[in-house]
Design a protein around this ligand. Structure first.
Ligand SMILES: [Cu+2]
Length: 155
């Protein structure tokens, strides 16, 4: 084979992979209904502080071993900044941004969401082991972005 034939074969391989990935994406999103975690509703960012449940951010036990965390992200704090749950509990995060786009990642877990003003984001995770997880904003949101953090303490 000459050099240009390898090049041609490589281009075909790339094109075929693109088609395969596109088909896989369509099958998983349309046929299997798999989506990114998140969008669970809408809320007006101007009145969010007076709308349930965001008028009272915090941790609530909704059933034995099941908790709900209502979390607000604003420049540059998470409210609540400290979340305490017992080990083995299933925690549903209901989060929203009040001003600009923020991110929410809980280290050591698969909880990773975009917090977009006007949108309610939801994600559920079971904290099996006691320990501490850091809550970080992973979307640049201004001068204090690097200070925006909190923690989840699993007791
Ligand atoms: Cu940020």
């Amino acid at each position: 084979m000459r050099v240009h034939q390898y090049e041609k074969a490589f281009l075909w391989l790339g094109a075929i992979m693109l088609v395969v990935f596109m088909v896989a994406l369509v099958i998983t999103s349309v046929a299997a209904s798999m989506h990114l975690p998140g969008r669970a509703g809408e809320v007006d960012p101007l009145t969010i502080n007076s709308v349930e449940p965001f008028d009272n951010p915090g941790v609530r036990e909704v059933a034995p071993g099941r908790y709900e965390v209502v979390l607000l992200a604003s420049a540059w704090v998470f409210n609540p900044a400290e979340i305490r749950v017992p080990a083995g509990s299933e925690v549903t995060f209901l989060a929203a941004a009040t001003d600009v786009i923020h991110g929410l990642h809980i280290t050591g877990t698969r909880v990773n969401m975009m917090l977009i003003p006007g949108q309610i984001s939801r994600n559920t995770y079971r904290f099996e082991e006691p320990g501490e997880h850091i809550l970080v904003c992973h979307e640049y949101c201004g001068a204090g972005h690097h200070l925006m953090s909190g923690k989840v303490i699993v007791e």
